[in-house]
Design a protein. Structure first.
Length: 601
């Protein structure tokens, strides 16, 4: 009897693309499953390989056939590009679209326009050409009638309607953004904790209204000739609430800031407070998510309870493989690459420890989905820019998210990306030494080239560093050290990620001189200094890595609220030494907005 032929393995299909419609009516196809090597012919070409299809039988040059779908050692579906050999984890396009919808939620405020989802003018801001005045409600709030569907809606009423102690709102706002702990706010303002949290909700709603009003100007295509945007991440801890489960919840936010103005385009936390955890878990179990591959789940973007044990084990395995960073910046860069390669999912930077847990209220979003959605958000916000350059922290998930969202702009050479890696914290004396040495080198080059201006000398020094660039990591990325550090970034290295060889040396040197993370890192620093809930932890450690953070939040939803409140305060109210706010420098407002302006929005 002949031997039975082995059964072919069942390979998962690549999830279909998802269409996302922004509140302004513009649409965008979400497709992230393609080769992320910008120099590969498959970059931007989605995989469409049929199940069991063989490349040898596929029509030559047929788009999407130059891929192989397989699985990683951890059972994660992986897409392999057959042209350049790049491997990438498959993601749920629908999951990215769902996360993007969460980030855009405030742009369609319920009182901004018609509430009828079937109406062509759904949530379109009030417009005399689209809406007719239709009297007032019993409380005196103006009513309008939509010309598209004929339905009426109210809008523009007093923001403090049905609210008591309205005179406390300003005081609560100012204490909140000036690092007064929540319990002390109750004492200073003479209010109960219940009143405080109701006012926190109110201030958050008003901040979202201000953000929506101003950010619609960007979505409408506000014109910028050049934009340089810094991108980085920050982690936040949530204290445990039950004595029997003393594990912290660790959430991560990704933020982006304009280098010239300091304006923060977005600060997005990987947490969805709208969802009911037990309800989602029950529905996920019914939908088969507990056993389905990650990208093919109904709730692909969310952490589910069965994922916890697996994630803890994977984090332990990564820790065992992790290359310890030495004392140099180069060692740190190598360690980052090694850590990324050790992951089951190279795009997921999350490391779930046994001392951590998931939120008891709301749901934790997988960090890579928040990063993807963040860059799609940026693409829509910045669509009026002629060219955009991104300076990003060294993180493979950030790189993948950028290359997916800005694929068209990269192809058209309207966008570039650079990794920026900063040295570890240095003492004041060490910083002064580095700066003295830098100035001395600059003086030597200047003396040797007296005919050059100071900026031309800087370009010359950068070109010399470009010639000394060294390759690191699995992807052989070329890194060079910045020759002219400053006090805020005394040790810095850069890597040009979208290098097509089409820029001359002088042009590239000028771009590398601009590389910085300072604008977003400054915002992060102010978060730590001005928000009591999010200050850098100084608590006492206990066994098994559990830590109690003195002023940290107990509810993840409060982190989400204070981050957005502070972003609006920082962008529109907080003036710099030039007596201008970041929004004024960017050109979307002509004066600072007072706290009263925000509260009355």
């Amino acid at each position: 009897m002949s031997a039975r032929s082995p059964t072919k393995p069942t390979l998962p299909k690549v999830p279909p693309a998802a269409e996302f419609r922004f509140p302004d009516g513009s649409a965008r196809v979400i497709q992230v499953n393609f080769c992320k090597n910008p120099r590969c012919a498959n970059y931007g070409v989605p995989a469409s390989l049929a199940k069991y299809a063989r490349r040898s039988k596929a029509a030559p040059g047929l788009p999407g056939t130059d891929y192989r779908v397989g699985g990683s050692g951890a059972g994660l579906p992986v897409l392999q590009c057959l042209l350049c050999g790049e491997s990438l984890p498959i993601k749920s396009n629908a999951g990215v679209a769902e996360e993007l919808a969460r980030l855009c939620g405030h742009l369609g405020e319920p009182d901004s326009g018609c509430r009828n989802e079937d109406c062509p003018f759904f949530n379109v801001p009030l417009n005399a050409e689209l809406h007719n005045a239709f009297g007032k409600t019993a409380q005196g709030t103006p009513r309008y009638q939509c010309k598209g569907c004929g339905r009426t809606f109210s809008a523009g009423g007093r923001s403090t309607l049905r609210q008591r102690l309205t005179h406390k709102n300003h005081e609560v706002f100012m204490t909140l953004v000036n690092k007064v702990p929540m319990s002390r706010i109750c004492e200073v303002c003479d209010i109960s904790p219940q009143t405080l949290y109701r006012k926190l909700d109110f201030i958050h709603r008003q901040a979202l209204k201000v953000a929506a009003t101003q950010e619609r100007k960007l979505m409408d295509g506000a014109l910028f000739r050049r934009l340089y945007v810094a991108v980085d991440r920050q982690d936040y801890a949530v204290n445990w609430t039950a004595r029997k489960d003393k594990r912290n919840v660790v959430l991560r936010a990704i933020g982006s800031a304009d280098v010239a103005s300091g304006f923060v385009f977005g600060m997005h936390l990987n947490f969805d407070g709208r969802l009911d955890g037990p309800e989602v878990e029950a529905d996920a179990m019914k939908a088969g998510d507990y056993t389905a591959p990650l990208p093919h789940r109904r709730y692909a973007r969310l952490w589910l309870m069965p994922d916890y044990t697996r994630a803890v084990q994977e984090s332990a395995d990564r820790a065992a493989k992790r290359l310890r960073a030495g004392g140099t910046l180069g060692d740190d860069i190598v360690a980052r690459y090694a850590d990324a390669e050790a992951r089951a999912d190279v795009e997921s930077p999350e490391s779930i420890l046994s001392s951590e847990s998931f939120p008891k209220a709301g749901m934790q979003v997988r960090n890579e989905y928040t990063m993807y959605a963040h860059f799609y958000w940026l693409r829509q916000m910045l669509r009026g820019a002629e060219k955009i350059r991104f300076f990003m922290d060294q993180e493979s998930g950030i790189r993948a998210a950028y290359l997916a969202a800005f694929e068209q702009e990269v192809h058209e050479r309207r966008s570039d990306a650079f990794y920026v890696r900063l040295g570890k914290e240095m003492t004041v004396d060490e910083k002064r030494k580095v700066l003295r040495e830098s100035r001395a080198r600059f003086g030597e080059v200047k003396d040797a080239n007296p005919e050059l201006t100071d900026f031309q000398v800087e370009v010359l020094m950068m070109k010399k560093e470009m010639a000394r660039a060294a390759s690191f990591g699995k992807w052989s990325d070329k890194w060079l050290v910045h020759p002219l550090p400053n006090a805020s970034e005394p040790l810095k290295a850069m890597c040009y990620l979208t290098d097509f060889g089409d820029y001359d040396e002088d042009h590239l040197a000028r771009l590398l001189l601009r590389c910085t993370l300072h604008p977003i890192d400054r915002f992060f620093m102010l978060i730590r200094r001005r928000l009591s809930l999010l200050e850098r932890p100084i608590g006492t450690s206990s066994k098994a890595g559990r830590t109690w953070y003195g002023y940290s939040a107990y509810q993840p939803a409060n982190i989400e609220k204070v981050l957005e409140i502070f972003r609006v305060f920082y962008n529109y109210t907080l003036e710099g030494k030039d007596a201008r706010t970041p929004a004024m420098r960017l050109g979307i407002t002509d004066r600072p907005l007072s706290v009263s302006d925000i509260l009355a929005a």
